[in-house]
Design a protein around this ligand. Structure first.
Ligand code: ADP
Ligand code: MG
Length: 592
């Protein structure tokens, strides 16, 4: 076949393949147009997951007859100046959305600018224009898209169920709503649960919109981001590590008001949380970047979902710093939903239906209370692992955020009181974090101080474990662990990190060997260092099962208050939970 210029309708259909992947992409393009037109209120109606109908009504500027006729032509846009792509401040700019959508659907667009007496409606039937004809309407634009892909059966086949397509549309609406808090969003239709998010104004607009979209639970478990650095302004909400998720669905990234997927941002967020989360956990985050439009190329993806930063390194470090500082400012705070989970776990014991009179003596004999002998522990309880010691008389528990230790339970949980709160602290998890942070501080200051063993500790291990340890020896030495090969199947440990104290050297070395095998080549050196420190910290921590004296417990609480991130252990689990007196009273039905 000789080469020929393709007819316009076919060109549009080809372009539609890129721009209009599924109903949600139509919704995205149309809402973006409404936002670019300065709409205050956008109303979306869908049917059949958007395959049957997508209707979008806005109260933006509208178009006059000339613009309306041009709007559905390919490469027709009001958003680009002649001199190119360097300064894009609108969501659209490619001028092909309406033409593409019109090529693969039954399409109509009606519009009325402020100064016109009526609106005009234009119909596109497989790319052929009919109209415009006058219609009665308010100021703004109404676009209707029916029977999407009816003439493109190949594309129809790739669509998911109507329910899945409806969910994808909702996701698009959520993202656009987050990026445009001042706009009122309404979504309705038989295929969805309705959305009605009135526009937000003023300083707290973004936070209020995030509450609408992501729910109060997220907002209560997140810290605000605010930082300007390397020409990047970072805003939004970063979820506390204890509020992490098993997938990345709760991550939202925006650059200059555009929802994007971007490796630089994903990587930066992952790095910012690396200290707090295991690799299979994902923080919830809504991250908004504002950056000089000339510093980012948005024209690398037909649906404009990806972009390229000119200075990716600068963006990365700004994001890491912003999140790091926000989490540090949150200090030892753990997520409030943890406390809620605890509340749920408490069960009011099933009361026997026996007469209440019978229960009182039963309790008394069971606990064998001997009130007239102070200092003597309750019989029966003394053999359990609860320990009670009178608090020092001078301590004012409300002075300290984590309160004053009152007791230790099950040889691992410190019970503390702070004014109106009861705190339960996981001593092992907390101590692990403290050792980890101390370790990192020491490493940053130079080689980690070590303590020498008079007689080297010889640990026997399989040959390949020994080789891996030998290979890692230079990194390990920077961390204060000095070991060398000792024959084919053993290593000799001469010095161990001082922060770990008199730990179980053999256990530490075996655990490290396991870790090195597991991380293999995949991890980068700095990832590996982090992981090694994590393993080591675990060995230096007060194991659960160790009894602590009250002064030791209080020392631990005070150190937690002074240590960044001590609200989470290095695996992202909380190190303490807090129950308000009010919550406790609720458990007993005392307040309502
Ligand atoms: P782009 O948004 O990339 O410019 P589109 O095909 O989406 O391309 O739209 C073409 C043009 O039609 C826009 O540049 C704009 O001038 C006009 N337009 C589209 N939708 C609307 C709307 N809802 N309100 C006002 N003008 C619109
Ligand atoms: Mg557009």
């Amino acid at each position: 076949m000789p080469i020929r210029q393709l007819p316009e309708a076919l060109v549009n259909k080809i372009a539609a393949g890129e721009v209009v992947e599924r109903p949600a992409s139509v919704v995205k393009e149309l809402i973006e147009n409404a936002i670019d037109a300065g709409a205050n209120r956008i109303r979306l109606t869908t049917a059949g997951g958007g395959i049957g109908l997508i209707r979008i009504e806005d109260d933006g500027t509208g178009m006059d007859e000339r613009d309306l006729l041009l709007s559905v032509d390919r490469h027709a846009t009001s958003k680009l100046a002649d001199d190119g792509l360097d300064d894009i401040r609108t969501l659209g700019f490619r001028g092909e959305a309406l033409a593409s959508i019109g090529a693969v659907s039954a399409f109509s667009i009606a519009s009325r600018p402020a100064d016109a007496a009526t609106g005009l409606s234009l119909v596109l039937d497989r790319g052929r224009k009919t109209g415009p004809t006058p219609v009665a309407m308010n100021r703004g634009t109404i676009v209707e898209v029916r029977d999407l892909f009816a003439a493109v059966p190949a594309r129809r086949k790739f669509l998911k169920s109507e329910r899945a397509e409806a969910a994808a549309i909702t996701d698009v609406v959520r993202r656009l709503a987050m990026a445009n808090p001042e706009v009122h969003f309404v979504a309705e239709g038989a295929d969805r649960s309705p959305i009605n998010w009135p526009g937000q104004a003023g300083d707290g607009a973004l936070a209020a919109r995030l509450m609408q979209v992501m729910g109060g639970d997220f907002a209560a478990n997140a810290v605000p981001l605010a930082m300007a650095r390397h020409g990047v302004v970072v805003a939004g909400l970063a979820g506390l590590p204890t509020y992490s998720r098993a997938n990345s669905f709760s991550q939202f990234y925006f650059v200059n008001g555009r929802s994007v997927r971007d490796k630089v941002l994903l990587g930066a967020v992952r790095a910012a949380y690396a200290d707090f989360l295991f690799r299979d956990r994902f923080p919830a985050i809504a991250l908004f970047l504002a950056i000089d439009p000339a510093e980012v190329d948005v024209n690398v993806h037909p649906a404009k979902a990806e972009l390229r930063f000119r200075d990716g390194g600068g963006v990365r470090s700004a994001v890491i710093r912003a999140i790091g500082e926000a989490l540090t400012a949150a200090g030892f705070r753990a997520s409030s939903t943890v406390a809620a989970d605890v509340m749920d776990a408490f069960r009011v014991p099933e009361m026997a239906s026996a007469a209440p009179a019978a229960t009182a003596p039963a309790y008394a004999s069971r606990f064998d209370v001997l009130p007239d002998e102070p200092g003597r522990s309750f019989a029966g309880l003394s053999e359990l692992s609860a320990r009670y010691e009178a608090p020092p008389a001078t301590a004012n528990d409300a002075e300290f955020p984590l309160g004053v230790a009152r007791a230790q339970m099950f040889e691992n949980f410190i019970v503390a009181q702070n004014g109106d709160s009861l705190l339960l602290v996981d001593q092992h998890a907390a101590h692990e974090r403290l050792v980890y942070e101390r370790f990192k501080a020491q490493l940053a200051a130079g080689p980690v101080p070590s303590q020498a063993h008079l007689i080297p500790v010889v640990v026997e291990l399989p040959e390949d474990d020994c080789s891996r340890l030998e290979e890692a020896a230079p990194s390990l030495e920077r961390l204060g662990l000095y070991l060398e090969r000792f024959g084919a199947r053993a290593v000799a440990v001469r010095e161990t990190p001082a922060v770990l104290g008199q730990g179980d050297v053999e256990g530490l070395v075996r655990d490290l060997a396991d870790g090195l095998a597991e991380w293999g080549e995949v991890a980068t050196l700095s990832d590996r260092m982090e992981a090694i420190i994590g393993r080591m910290a675990c060995h230096g921590s007060v194991r659960s099962g160790r009894r602590l004296r009250l002064d030791e417990m209080n020392a631990l609480l005070r150190e937690m208050e002074a240590t960044p991130h001590s609200g989470q252990c290095i695996h992202g689990r909380p190190t303490y939970v807090e129950l308000k007196k009010r919550d406790i009273e609720r458990l007993f039905g005392r307040s309502r």
